[in-house]
Design a protein around this ligand. Structure first.
Ligand code: ACK
Length: 875
């Protein structure tokens, strides 16, 4: 019977009188259902040992609770030792026999918990060790945190963790019609309580939070964004006709611009602009108007202009054409915020219709053609033609030239005539001549030779003359022409970059006019002597680019030139890669003549463009010191370079250098330029062993001053006898010098004629002495030198022949094997074995080695067959 006297079933044991009791009671298998910690609530009654008569030490007042985890739900026999003890359970209340009269028994309730994580389920067991006990009920349970909604996120029923202190992290999911604001999270505590809510959700557009549920906005309300605010009433001139509106629809005739916020009232396009007035000034029109009467509830009104050319008096748009694209609108044609615009560059005597449209943010939304507009029709006045913008000259002779020009951009009518005004530049406009013509060209005759003239042209229509063009200057000097209307200004000079000089920059000045220059005969460019220019600045600016000094970065002094230091550095011209350059400067305190001589080198160099001629990058003439900037040649002068590398090159490498020099010299001679100072010291070598001819400064010195004073400056050892004796400097005298350079190269920079003095050298040459072959010099090369040193200059080879010869030697390196120390009789066979074939004639052989001019000499001496050549000795 329980406390209420209702009969109940119990498991009982009461073997208190017998010692060593060990009685077990085991439950069925219990599925753990995902639980990690289970709770066991046991209800039982227990008899007080003292109340049992005759009971000795064998009576107990506790029992033990055990568990055993298992995947097996039907284990028939489980060993005692397999069970793990949970606890020894004692009764809070026990009862005695005396009590029986009052209360049948005292029921105890004890709860124990145990972690069950390793198997699918478990068994519980109760061990009695000699108590008088009745087990009334066993309840086994686990705890969960129950399903809940927090911050519009649902959290599911969640089993608590395995340990009493563990928290289970749970991610919530947003309730219907809501969107995650921040990941919703909570923790499930061991006792089944939810803890620490984080993040949450917001009701979607068109829905609002009503007690943890998102409800649709009702009719007349809207909600545009997911937010924690409620639904709002529709703004003016709009409505919503169904639940859950995210925006309100505009009433008919009202519009919403894409950029308008949903809370903004619906608006309308503006009405037409008002009071459009126009003022015509020749070929431009000023248009002004007042803003529209109705702005449609907005403040973003703008205007656009339509320009049409219409037939006189026509208001029919079909008879109108859009204006040409060169009409100018100031400040603009569309997107105007002002109510005034100036339209210019219109045609004279033309009917124009201007339509001013008013727009605002909803003009487009309200549909095409909905803009309201106002129009005006005007007729432009007559106007003179715009100026002629460009004149060019051709067919220049000493006394005449032909001018031609383009029609003015805006003739503003039929051009009836052109007028050309011109005068000698020196005369300014004190006296000038006028020529009139119907065409766009005119031949101007009766001019003075070598004179710079200034030309202006203008056009005439029925409206009168247009403005004269700007000045165009041409010279009557023979040759082609150049127009100089450019003004170049120097900005700022980077003074600090120079290591050894102070810069002084001049204010900007227009460049002087140019004289006619490079003439061209049958496509061949001819060198122009800069000293034919009266003003050396004219020449320099014609042939050399002016470099902004701030783009030069000087790094170190590399030598001393005739006029001052030579430095190396870097040049960075905008838009180009930075390059290494050599910079020659003109030392301070120079005379006019020195300045002229210094710059003449650049004027000369600037005319050349060849891989074996040193390239001029430009000049600095507007700042002091004056500078000449050329490409940088890493290995410096050829003579010093060869001395430094004595014996280190192959013959082919040496011939390669000579070939480069010959190629550069051929280019110069083709341009009719005579170098006069060709020597290894004036050849520069770059890092690829490419040799380039440089130093173009000497020619003038000699020509300007033919007196004896400069005789000493003639490089005697390199100069042909006729140039020493009577200054006959020609390409042939350059060929003589080239022979000396060959000798310098093959002897690795030896001084020609060693330490003989100049007088002895002159005398020796006069007597027929020639430099002998340097050590290991191929016979063919020495022969070529000897050819260059022919007394009769007509007998010397040309640079073109020298180049051919060297090319052949390079192609047939075998020809270079034979040196002066060999046996004479083998010359032919060993020098050019490839060409000594039986079918070849002596003539062809001579041709192949560039010595065909000896054909007659050989024939006269009886050498008519190749076989006979075998007997030819070195002598
Ligand atoms: O033998 P170098 O080093 O080569 O010494 C002289 C010195 O300046 C005086 O003329 C050197 N030099 C001249 N022009 C150049 C250049 N473009 N590149 C490299 N070095 C140059 C010359």
């Amino acid at each position: 019977m329980d406390e209420k006297n209702i009969p109940i079933r119990t498991y009982q044991v009461c073997n208190v009188l017998e010692p060593n009791q060990n009685n077990w009671l085991r439950t069925d298998w219990i599925h753990r259902s995902g639980a990690q910690r289970v709770y066991v609530e046991v209800k039982f009654t227990l008899r007080d040992c003292n109340s049992l008569p005759g009971v000795t030490g064998t009576c107990k007042e506790t029992f033990n609770l055990y568990y055993h985890e298992s995947n097996e739900d039907r284990e028939s026999y489980i060993k005692e030792s397999s069970f793990i003890k949970v606890d020894t359970v004692a009764a809070d209340e026990s009862f005695t026999q005396v009590d029986v009269g009052d209360r049948i028994m005292k029921l105890n309730t004890e709860v124990r918990d145990v972690k069950v994580t390793t198997r699918k389920g478990f068994y519980l067991a109760f061990q009695d060790v000699g108590a008088c006990i009745a087990l009334v009920s066993v309840r086994v349970f686990y705890k969960t945190c129950p399903l809940t909604i927090r911050n519009l996120a649902t959290f599911p029923d969640t089993v608590t963790g395995a340990d009493t202190s563990s928290l289970v992290e749970v991610r919530g999911s947003c309730v219907n019609q809501s969107e995650e604001k921040e990941e919703p999270k909570m923790y499930c505590g061991a006792d089944g309580e939810w803890l620490v809510p984080i993040g949450g959700c917001l009701c979607s557009p068109g829905y609002e939070d009503k007690g943890g549920v998102c409800k649709a906005c009702s009719v007349g309300f809207y909600k545009a964004k997911s937010s924690d605010t409620g639904c709002s009433k529709c703004p003016p001139h709009s409505h919503s006709l169904r639940d859950g509106a995210t925006v309100c629809d505009c009433h008919s005739g009202y519009f919403h611009a894409d950029s308008d916020p949903p809370s903004m009232a619906c608006t309308q396009p503006p009405s037409a602009p008002q009071q459009l007035i126009s003022v015509v000034n020749e070929t431009s029109v000023v248009l002004e108007w007042a803003p529209p009467r109705r702005l449609g509830g907005r403040s973003d009104t703008s205007y656009s202009l339509e320009c049409l050319i219409c037939q006189a008096g026509s208001h029919n748009r079909g008879l109108c054409l859009p204006c040409s694209s060169d009409v100018l609108f100031s400040p603009s044609q569309t997107g105007l915020k002002t109510t005034r615009v100036v339209v210019s560059e219109l045609r004279a005597h033309t009917h124009y219709t201007f339509i001013v449209h008013a727009h605002n943010g909803v003009s487009r939304a309200s549909g095409a053609g909905a803009t309201q507009s106002v129009s005006v029709t005007v007729t432009t006045n007559q106007a003179a033609p715009s100026p002629v913008s460009f004149i060019q000259a051709t067919d220049v002779t000493r006394h005449s030239l032909s001018l031609s020009w383009q029609q003015p951009d805006r003739p503003n009518g039929v051009i009836l005539e052109y007028e050309v005004k011109f005068y000698e530049k020196d005369q300014k406009e004190r006296s000038y001549r006028i020529m009139r013509t119907f065409s766009r060209s005119v031949d101007v005759t009766g001019l003075n030779p070598l004179t710079v003239y200034v030309f202006h042209a203008r056009a005439r229509t029925a409206a009168g003359y247009g403005e004269f063009s700007g000045p165009f200057e041409f010279s009557t000097n023979s040759g082609s022409l150049t127009i100089t209307s450019t003004n170049i200004y120097i900005t700022h000079a980077a003074v600090t970059q120079l290591m050894f000089v102070t810069l002084l920059c001049f204010p900007p000045s227009p460049l002087p006019p140019l004289l006619s220059h490079l003439s061209s005969t049958a496509g061949v460019k001819i060198y122009v002597d800069p000293f034919t220019y009266e003003d050396p600045d004219q020449a320099i600016h014609e042939f050399a680019k002016e470099i902004d000094v701030s783009s030069i970065h000087i790094e170190r002094v590399i030598g001393m030139g005739e006029f001052g230091e030579v430095c190396s550095g870097r040049l960075r011209v905008q838009g180009k890669r930075e390059i290494y350059v050599a910079i020659k400067s003109l030392k301070a305190g120079y005379s006019d003549k020195q300045r002229r001589d210094f710059l003449s080198e650049a004027s000369i160099m600037g005319q050349f463009d060849h891989p074996n001629i040193i390239r001029l990058e430009g000049v600095v003439t507007r700042c002091k010191p004056l500078m000449i900037v050329t490409e940088y040649m890493e290995n410096g002068s050829l003579d010093a370079f060869l001395r430094k590398h004595d014996g280190q090159f192959t013959v082919i490498q040496l011939v390669g250098m000579l070939r480069g020099i010959a190629s550069g010299m051929k280019y110069l001679s083709d341009m009719s330029y005579v170098h006069r100072d060709l020597a290894a010291r004036n050849i520069l070598v770059n890092s690829n062993l490419v040799c380039k001819v440089s130093d173009f400064g000497l020619s003038r010195v000699l020509e300007d001053d033919p007196e004896a004073a400069y005789t000493t400056r003639i490089p005697i050892r390199w100069t042909a006898p006729e140039a020493i004796t009577y200054r006959k400097f020609t390409t042939a005298s350059d060929v003589w010098s080239y022979g000396i350079v060959m000798w310098e190269v093959v002897s690795y920079g030896e001084r020609p004629y060693w330490d003989m003095n100049n007088q002895d050298v002159i005398k020796a040459i006069e007597e027929g002495y020639r430099l002998p072959a340097p050590m290991d010099c191929p016979v063919v090369l020495h022969q070529l030198m000897l050819d260059c040193w022919e007394r009769e200059r007509a007998e010397r080879p040309t640079f073109s022949q020298i180049l051919n010869m060297l090319d052949k030697l390079i192609r047939n390196p075998g020809t270079l094997r034979r040196t002066g120390s060999g046996v004479g009789s083998e010359v032919c066979v060993s020098v050019i074995p490839e060409v000594c074939m039986p079918e070849w004639s002596v003539c062809q052989w001579l041709q192949s080695i560039g010595l065909e001019r000896y054909r007659d000499t050989l024939a006269a001496a009886g050498y008519t067959s190749l076989d006979s050549l075998l007997t030819l000795t070195h002598q």
